[in-house]
Design a protein around this ligand. Sequence first.
Ligand SMILES: Cc1ncc(C[n+]2csc(CCOP(=O)(O)OP(=O)(O)O)c2C)c(N)n1
Ligand SMILES: [Mg+2]
Length: 323
Amino acid sequence: MGFFVLIFGFWYFYFGALCYNISTMLKFSLGPKVRQPLHLHDKKLKALEKKASEIREDLIEMLVEARSGHSAGPLGMADIFTTLYFHVMVHDPKHPDWKDRDRLVLSNGHITPIRYVTMAHAGYFPKKLLMTLRKMGSPLQGHPEYEWMPALETTSGPLGSGSSQAAGMAYAALMDKSPWRVYCCMSDGELEEGQSWEAIQFAGANKLYNLTMIIDRNNIQIDGPTEEIMPLEPLAAKFEAFGLNVIRCAGNDIRDFVTAVERAQGVSDKCSVIIADTIPGYGVDFMEYDFLWHGKPPAKGKEAKDALKDLRTLWGKIQSEHE
Ligand SMILES: Cc1ncc(C[n+]2csc(CCOP(=O)(O)OP(=O)(O)O)c2C)c(N)n1
Ligand SMILES: [Mg+2]
């Protein structure tokens, strides 16, 4: 009798453990949920570029509908957000609270429209919700509200604060020996906010190698070019002085950005910062490099049509949006 109880007990636990493992594998081992080498094949590069174009178009349609919101920063960061959500980050839109997900903190909260569109494309929520941007009761507010959508990771808007939150998260992950990484998007104008440098100092001192800061170096802020208002250069040298691993890349070149992330992940004794040289308003000819598009959308009608035409025809390089 005792022998049968022993054999049955053994199989009971063995079978239970097997089922648990299989269900865990099924839940967490597909698609972007697995940490994979980041090497970018041509086919994937083309797919990411196409996705970024679609995202830019949806962004403009959403901003036009909202009649307010930021254009220049979000357009310039579309390639980076697409690459983060569709190639770099380990995450699961169906389980946004999965504890081992990578965290993306958007410190320059005003560019959140690009995050919303990318998240909708990734499957976090239905695309039709995008048309509720900035409306009363919508989870998609002009600056990200964690309370209304926890997948945003934080509430942001006051510049500088996200960098400290991201550094705290990365520090906690190291304390817990957790595998997830933290990405923190910041803007160049934001670096005028002193709190940023407290966070950078903390990240350098604590060798937060699991934190990658990404600076949207588009050279503009609300009132004009950054170098005229509050010069930041030599920016790379400043980060290096705080003990960070500095990488510079072309922010609208997806392959270059992926290489920068690979280099950041290859360093295990320093926090990395990617200074991404982006083009504000990227894709819309009359917006590119112009700080006046920092905080307004194209008007409904001709302006909106022209912007969408530029995006669909790649600045007129192809004759019609259907080619
Ligand atoms: C602490 C704080 N001060 C001021 C602002 C107002 N503000 C919002 S965006 C912005 C300009 C920041 O420059 P940048 O992010 O580089 O602009 P972009 O490149 O996105 O046009 C300012 C001053 C703020 N959100 N938080
Ligand atoms: Mg800027």
